[in-house]
Design a protein around this ligand. Structure first.
Ligand code: IMP
Ligand code: MG
Length: 181
């Protein structure tokens, strides 16, 4: 039987094992590395979900770069509220710098649209998105460009490798998908 966990009464089963995640992350890291090795970029990590992804990506960068954090939230339970809350605003240090956003998952795209607009307002020289995953069938911002994508996912709610359900499950090494009732 596949590995399963129960979180707050909902059942999840492994859909992406840790080794597959590591392979996808390594591949994305190599593309970012090639494109930014001479640009001294700033990585803007979107907390909380992207912290595992960010630490794995950034440790593959062998050139000068900086790290900043911001904290945005839009989800309650397993669905987005559409309204973005800026719990830790993005730093103004991005002015005149090449920025790479590190995100866990782009779902509707509203969170990324919000952050890209903020970074442009803060006068970043360039802004690109690097996301562990995307759920293209949910996208509501058609012109959003996610330049670096680790994995394209079906329409399933996932937890693990930093992603949560009601703040639980971030510690899991594999990614688990919600088992529909
Ligand atoms: P968006 O604004 O709809 O693109 O939502 C993006 C945010 O919602 C991500 O940064 C995640 O934190 C959260 N999110 C979206 N889908 C999932 C999921 O399947 N599991 C856990 N969190 C998710
Ligand atoms: Mg997130």
């Amino acid at each position: 039987m596949d590995k399963q966990v129960t979180i707050n009464g909902k059942r999840f089963e492994v859909s992406i094992p840790a080794a597959t995640i590591a392979e996808a992350v390594h591949k994305v890291a190599q593309s970012v590395r090639q494109d930014y090795c001479d640009k001294n970029p700033i990585f803007v990590v979107v907390l909380n979900g992207a912290f595992f992804f960010a630490s794995d990506i950034i440790r593959e960068m062998d050139f000068p770069c900086q790290i900043e954090f911001c904290k945005l939230s839009s989800y309650v339970g397993t669905s987005t509220t559409g309204k973005i809350t800026e719990e830790l605003p993005v730093s103004n240090k991005v002015k005149g710098r090449h920025v790479i956003i590190l995100e866990d998952i782009v779902d509707t795209g509203y969170t990324m649209k919000f952050l890209v607009d903020r970074l442009i307002e803060a006068q970043a020289l360039s802004v690109e998105i690097c996301s562990l995953s995307t759920k293209p069938s949910h996208c509501k911002v058609p012109d959003l460009r996610v330049k670096y994508v680790g994995m394209t996912l079906p329409d399933e709610f996932i937890v693990g490798y930093g992603l949560d359900y009601d703040q639980q499950g971030r510690n899991l090494r594999d990614i688990y998908s919600l088992i529909p009732n």
